[in-house]
Write a protein that binds this ligand. Structure first.
Ligand SMILES: [Fe+2]
Length: 199
């Protein structure tokens, strides 16, 4: 398995943890309290500053390479690139809405709530399309030279500020929520045995 695909798969596992966390947040309509919004803000802050600037551009390079080889249907290539553009745009808009809510500015909880659900579904769908169609096509069609070109065409990768380094202290609360979510998602029989759900 090419190193780039391994990395993208493992980043998807981390993104799935965040999608589950978004799905399980109490409804903003019932609990529009600051801790809940703070966690959502940190999640969107991370998603717009790491996956949107490293993970998705790397996948876009793979799409371009496959398109150059006529090894990916044009409709699918456009679909994946459009999904990345929409996720980045909607993530930034949601972040603005949530930060406005933290400052007690006027907002529509109903609209933010719906947009969070849509965002989370879009991200889940985007990962499914990539794992079902993009990654298998890339593994089949691209050779070592392609993978070298793809790696060299993207900037050197910084460590993931949420999952790979503890230096970013603003994510302390989010890391704790992810850890608690993993415990909640683990069947009781396997808790305390070192097995972790979703890993
Ligand atoms: Fe992806």
């Amino acid at each position: 398995m090419p190193r780039v695909i391994d990395r993208l798969h493992s980043e998807h596992r981390n993104l799935e943890r965040l999608v589950r966390l978004l799905d399980r947040q109490p409804s903003l309509l019932v609990s529009i309290d600051a801790p809940n919004i703070g966690l959502l803000v940190d999640t969107l802050y991370y998603l717009t500053r790491f996956p949107d600037v490293t993970h998705h551009p790397l996948e876009d390079r793979i799409v371009e390479r496959l398109r150059d080889r006529n090894a990916l249907p044009a409709g699918l290539a456009e679909e994946i690139e459009a999904q990345h553009v929409t996720l980045a745009r909607q993530g930034l808009a949601l972040l603005r809405d949530l930060e406005g809510a933290l400052r007690q500015e006027t907002m529509s909880p109903e609209l933010v709530e719906v947009n969070i659900r849509l965002y989370s579904e879009r991200l889940r769908h985007n990962m499914a399309v990539e794992e079902l169609a993009l990654f298998p096509a890339a593994v089949r069609q691209l050779d070592d030279e392609d993978w070298r070109a793809i790696e060299h065409s993207t900037p050197p990768r910084e460590p993931d500020p949420l999952f790979e380094t503890l230096a970013e202290t603003r994510f302390a609360e989010l890391r704790q929520a992810i850890a608690l979510e993993a415990v909640a998602a683990t069947p009781e029989w396997s808790q305390g045995t070192g097995e972790e759900a979703g890993s």
